[in-house]
Write a protein that binds this ligand. Structure first.
Ligand code: NAI
Length: 329
């Protein structure tokens, strides 16, 4: 069994080395999978891949030509995979459905708290001996309304935790969320979230329906000064409309762990380069915007879970067992 893992940073490699069986031939490739790096998969039986690896029809065709039987995603989202092409080529695709919903939920709330109380500014001010409180005024979360879009594992955890802060929590999900009732999360229509929520947090998958869900039209339906949090997928938000509505004050706070064009930036050190994405750079100039580089999932527990589930997915293929975490088009 030869397994080639793409987008493998040192921390991924350390965890995978500890977890994958020693009798598998494992290779670790640091760059993302694309048309230039796909050649590393020659002679592989299985490849493992992460959020920004390119798995379009042409890359999948090349992989199938090399004899790759499975793409074992080390992430939950699969919007970067052409599932129809994979199915036609007979390449199985598996994922890690939940590596740590707690990690992502906690990071989402971290963004909310940091934005509200401007902790990122306080850190710098105090280090410079500036103890002035001008511009640091926050608000109580208590009795505010939080709207959650996508009442899955992460969305429900965020809702449950914001209830503990004393917030009213509204959730929108196209499917009935029975668990939400028990947790005291009120399921409503999307427009009610837009109209009522002081904070809106995105926890739905990226699909054709949710692509650019947050745009000029939807933002216009929100309360002035709304706080928007996105730890889902970058393309849930249309970046140009974020800039426009931050300038007008319609968006009061923006916390993002993901960005539509993050593939060209995230997970790498670009500190000595001129970043060419003007929209991204403009977003960073706002004092009420906090961006993290797709790190919401990044906890010890999540890395362990990712490696273990990936190993189990590959083992199931080897043993000709049912692939419980398979994704189909
Ligand atoms: P989940 O599958 O448990 O929940 C997703 C929920 O979204 C489901 O209840 C589904 O019915 C709902 N949904 C589907 N279409 C929708 C729509 N049009 N509008 C509103 N809701 C819709 O997934 P989970 O584990 O809660 O993860 C949510 C998302 O978080 C993932 O799809 C992924 O994109 C993102 N994620 C981000 C990470 C990060 O590090 N920033 C790490 C892990 C996941």
């Amino acid at each position: 069994m030869k397994v080639v893992s793409f987008s493998c940073k040192i921390y991924d490699r350390q965890q995978l080395c500890k977890t994958l069986p020693a009798d598998w031939q494992s290779e670790y490739v640091e760059p993302v999978l694309d048309k230039h790096t796909v050649v590393y998969a020659q002679e592989a039986d299985v490849i493992t891949a992460f959020v920004n690896d390119q798995l379009d029809a042409s890359i999948l065709e090349t992989l199938a030509g090399y004899g790759v039987k499975m793409v074992a995603l080390r992430c939950a989202g699969f919007n970067n995979v052409d599932l129809e092409a994979a199915q036609k080529l007979g390449v199985a695709v598996t994922r890690v459905p939940a590596y740590s919903p707690y990690a992502v939920a906690e990071h989402s709330i971290g963004l909310m708290l940091a934005l509200n109380r401007k902790l990122y500014k306080a850190y710098n001010r105090v280090r410079e001996g500036n103890f002035a409180l001008n511009g640091m005024l926050g608000f109580d979360f208590h009795s505010k309304t939080v709207g959650i879009i996508g009442a899955g594992k992460i969305g429900r955890l965020v809702g449950e935790r914001m209830k503990a802060f004393g917030c009213d929590v509204l959730v929108y999900d196209p499917y009935l969320c029975e668990a939400c009732d028990e947790l005291g999360l009120k399921q409503v229509e999307l427009d009610e979230i837009y109209a009522q929520a002081d904070v809106i947090s995105l926890h739905c998958p990226l699909t054709p329906e949710t692509n650019h869900l947050i745009n000029n039209d939807s933002i216009a339906k929100m309360k002035k000064g709304v706080m928007l949090i996105n730890t889902g997928r970058g393309a849930l938000m249309e970046p140009e409309s974020l800039v426009e509505n931050l300038k007008s004050g319609q968006i009061g706070y923006l916390g993002m762990d993901v960005y539509e064009k993050e593939g060209a930036l995230f997970f790498e050190d670009h500190s000595c380069e001129i970043i060419q994405d003007d929209i991204f750079e403009r977003l960073l100039t706002f004092p009420n915007v906090l961006v993290t580089g797709h790190q919401a999932y990044f906890t010890q527990e999540a890395l362990r879970h990712i490696a273990e589930t990936t190993r189990d997915n590959i083992q199931a293929l080897m043993d000709d067992k049912e692939l419980v975490n398979v994704v189909r088009g």
